[in-house]
Design a protein around this ligand. Structure first.
Ligand SMILES: [Zn+2]
Length: 275
């Protein structure tokens, strides 16, 4: 019986072969790696004309393969902190797109997608409960993460978006000072911090483009130096909400106190190097 079946199968396979078209000559072995479209938080609205993402609301990326795993496990890339950037460069299909000039929020969205397609949506890491402070092993579902609604947020803060100038303006409620903010790209975000004790003022000098229409550097610096702590907090919070980005919120349930709510997912090594 078994032999008969084997023979039948073998016969069927031969028949199929005979019916099939002859293989094309000079055929090369090119495996097609599946690609996905990742929605850009910026919707391509802040990229100037001539930029490959100008007006594009999504970007095409390849799924991670062994080649990308080699990048992520390369000791020297891990040491110099370039592994994730090299990974993104490798998976972005349009090679005219430079990782360095991606807006921060767009880069975050691509990074998140790469992780989800590469290792799945379940992200396990240690997390501290915001209610009782217990540190626990937590599993986050990355599919809950969505792109933030920056246009709606800007409206709520009374902000004005200028796509041409690549900026968002905001009037500080207490002092009625009108600030114009820049949207940083990956390169600008990374620029070396000169003094680690001045992180907040350095952040402001990067993002503030003008104060009451005045873009003189000394004028901006004196404004930053005299800004009240209250305004500083308000401006930082408003800026984070108004710029296009992914909203890293995921559901968390504490196994100790029963707290349940949306929390910001911490980005730790396990994100790309799951244990
Ligand atoms: Zn708790």
């Amino acid at each position: 019986m078994r032999n008969n079946q084997d023979r039948m199968l073998a016969g069927a396979a031969t028949d199929n072969l005979q019916q099939a078209d002859p293989p094309p000559q000079n055929q090369t072995l090119e495996f097609i790696v599946p690609t996905e479209l990742v929605e850009l938080p910026s919707k391509g609205l802040f990229y100037g004309e001539g930029h490959p993402l100008h007006g594009q609301d999504s970007i095409e990326i390849k799924h991670m393969t062994t080649k990308e795993e080699d990048i992520l496990t390369n000791e020297s890339y891990i040491r110099d902190g370039s592994a994730v950037d090299r990974l993104l460069k490798s998976i972005i299909v349009n090679k005219r797109i430079n990782v360095k000039d991606l807006l921060i929020g767009d880069k975050n969205a691509i990074t998140l997608a790469a992780r989800t397609y590469g290792y799945g949506a379940e992200y396990e890491t240690k997390f501290t409960c915001p209610s009782c402070g217990t540190i626990q092993q937590t599993s986050f579902d990355l599919t809950e993460i969505e792109n933030g609604a920056f246009e709606k947020e800007a409206e709520e803060f009374g902000g004005e978006i200028d796509y041409e100038a690549n900026s968002i303006s905001l009037v500080v409620p207490r002092t009625k000072t009108k600030l114009e903010f820049r949207l940083l790209n990956d390169d600008e975000q990374k620029q070396k911090k000169k003094n680690k004790n001045k992180l907040i003022s350095q952040f402001f000098s990067k993002i503030i483009k003008s104060v009451n229409g005045n873009s003189d550097q000394r004028y901006i610096k004196s404004y930053i130096d005299s800004m009240s702590a209250l305004d500083s907090r308000y401006i930082r919070a408003a800026y984070q909400k108004m710029i296009p980005n992914v909203d890293m919120g995921c559901e968390f349930e504490c196994e100790n106190c029963g707290y349940s709510g949306k929390v910001e997912v911490p980005l730790k090594a396990e994100f790309f190097w799951p244990k």
